[in-house]
Design a protein around this ligand. Structure first.
Ligand code: BGC
Length: 554
């Protein structure tokens, strides 16, 4: 392995940085192409770091950028300690890291622990023969009958979690695509090897890892092979090593599970620092469609408290389908009815669409959803392009329709590349509503009223107070169910959030007696509202409108 150089100096030690972060998720391949070959690269990304900083993000999460046959867009890693030549070199990565840190942007990379590509040298060696010393780095069996209680995740492609290896004449275990064999975490050599990979990037200065697909690390007969105690033990082993050597770095667990099961990934604060809140996301969409706060309130009430140093990661959309695994069958039917007008919009157990098209391009609903993202408990993650309302292309296959080139300008290549448009790794979105002429950074940068400008202001407002990132939340229960109101508190600071989930104006009476005497100040513009008294506090909220009020006692 190449020795990392020290010039990618880390940012000052700040152990809880992830709690106050605003994370911007992007794919190097899709962001900006510096050498006109039609594929985004690290040098291109460096040129766009100012944009991300100006947006107000404080951390980047990069999709996998390692050498890979790209049969799962890089989640099939063929070499953990290098950069895919299409995206640049290790030196380019180091320059990127230095430049990101210079702008006080932390960098979170992907660590796909559960499986490798079948092209990884580990697997190529393992399948050479049943006696190969590498054999037990993966999970093998003479039959495809074991672990039958484990569900299939990629239901549209895979029939079984076992695949036959004609070379060594046994079945190997895979939870995702059959070209992604699962590593065998019962083998201590594997655990050590994964720690070596982590060390490689940590030494270079990477600030955190998104731990892909963590519930599935270990298999046991008679279980569904998810969230097993042995899996938690692996994560705790890695965390212990991390804390010993790199105390301010972060683990973000991708565990698409119910909150009560995700809780175990925080353990006593000695496993993962963060975990995605998967079940919240579809319920935000549900609440807005139903014009009723119930789905959000219910899931939050079923979300247990987490250790002090831990934090939820919350999001509206990401690079995958909008997953409907963590909803009931009835709720799933509702979501499909409400949000897929064409069967091509469905994929596996979810919906492959971006935020703006899901909301019919309705600026008011886009703002409301972002308002929720920025005010509910957790660290918000913005998926690249959603800040300008980018569209999708459901006809591109798999999840590629939400991974199209970032739209910088109205040109043929969306300003993503100087190559001919035909050469791009993916065509830009070209439909009438979302093509680059209609939706691009350049034009939105010229207007104070664009979605981009609005999003910047929203982020700036969120950063006015740590109450959003660290405060407690308590729901109010006004009679009007179309209004979702909550109070965020941290120390002496209180913020009241009022969201109208309905398409028409609503009046709401809030019981704010315990804040009697306080004066609400609307945070985006500083307007002062009437002092809170004994009587119910009456507000009118326009269609899909929301308010954030600071409550000050004068
Ligand atoms: C990632 C997916 C990927 C899968 C297999 C995940 O959950 O988010 O994009 O296909 O893991 O690695």
């Amino acid at each position: 392995m190449e020795k990392p150089t020290p010039e990618t100096a880390a940012l000052p030690v700040e152990p809880l940085w992830y709690k106050d972060a605003i994370i911007y998720q992007l794919h190097v391949r899709s962001f900006y192409d510096s050498n006109a070959d039609g594929v985004g690269d690290f040098r291109g990304l460096v040129q766009k770091l100012d944009y991300i900083q100006e947006l107000g993000a404080t951390a980047l999460w990069l999709l996998p950028f390692y050498p890979s046959p790209l049969r799962d867009d890089g989640y099939d890693i063929a070499d953990y300690t290098n950069v895919n030549p299409a995206y640049g070199t290790l030196d380019d990565f180091k320059t990127f890291l230095t430049e990101a840190h210079r702008r006080k942007l932390r960098v979170i990379t992907e660590l796909v622990l559960n499986h490798t590509s079948d092209q990884h040298s580990w697997f190529r060696e393992a399948r050479r023969s049943q006696n190969d010393p590498r054999r037990h780095w993966y999970v093998w069996s003479d039959t495809d009958e074991e672990y039958r209680d484990a569900r299939i995740i990629f239901t549209d492609t895979e029939m079984s979690n076992w695949a036959w290896d004609p070379v060594s004449k046994q079945y190997y275990w895979h939870r995702f695509f059959s070209h992604q064999p699962d590593l065998n975490y019962d083998n201590s050599e594997v655990r050590e090897a994964v720690w070596e990979v982590m060390k490689f990037w940590l030494e270079m200065g990477v600030d955190g890892f998104r731990l892909d697909a963590v519930p599935y690390l270990v298999e046991r007969e008679g279980t569904n092979c998810e969230n097993l105690p042995e899996t938690h033990a692996v994560l705790q082993f890695l965390r212990q090593r991390l804390d010993e050597h790199y105390p301010d770095r972060m683990f973000l667990a991708e565990a698409n599970q119910w909150p009560s099961d995700v809780l175990a990934y925080f353990s006593n604060g000695d496993e993962c620092h963060m975990a995605f809140h998967f079940p919240l996301m579809p319920r935000i969409f549900m609440a807005v469609k139903l014009e009723d706060r119930k789905p959000i309130v219910e899931i939050q009430e079923h979300t247990p408290a987490i250790p002090d140093a831990c934090q939820w990661a919350i999001f509206l959309r990401n690079h995958d389908e909008l997953t409907l695994e963590m909803v009931t069958d009835e709720e799933r039917d509702y979501m499909y009815d409400a949000y897929t007008t064409d069967p091509a919009m469905r994929l596996n157990v979810g919906i492959r669409r971006r935020l703006a098209p899901l909301l019919d391009g309705d600026r008011k609903r886009i703002e409301l959803m972002n308002g929720l993202l920025m005010s509910l408990p957790g660290t918000p993650i913005i998926y690249y392009g959603d800040e300008i309302g980018m569209g999708d292309n459901i006809f591109l296959g798999d999840r590629n329709g939400v991974r199209t080139p970032m739209q910088w300008t109205g040109g043929w290549t969306a300003g993503f590349s100087r190559s001919d448009p035909e050469r791009l790794y993916s065509p830009p979105v070209s439909n009438e509503l979302y093509n680059p002429k209609i939706v691009n950074v350049d034009s939105q940068s010229r207007s104070e009223h664009s979605l981009l400008a609005w999003t910047k202001r929203l982020i700036r407002t969120r950063k006015l107070s740590r109450v959003f990132s660290r405060g407690k939340m308590e729901f109010l229960s006004p009679a009007n169910h179309r209004v979702l109101a909550y109070v965020r508190t941290l120390g002496n600071e209180t913020v009241l959030v009022v969201n109208n989930l309905a398409s028409c104006a609503q009046a709401v009476e809030l019981d704010l007696r315990r804040f009697k005497g306080a004066i609400p100040t609307e945070m985006s513009g500083g307007s002062v509202f009437p002092r809170i008294g004994e009587l119910p506090y009456l507000l009118t909220v326009g269609s899909y409108q929301f308010y954030w009020f600071r409550l000050r006692r004068l």
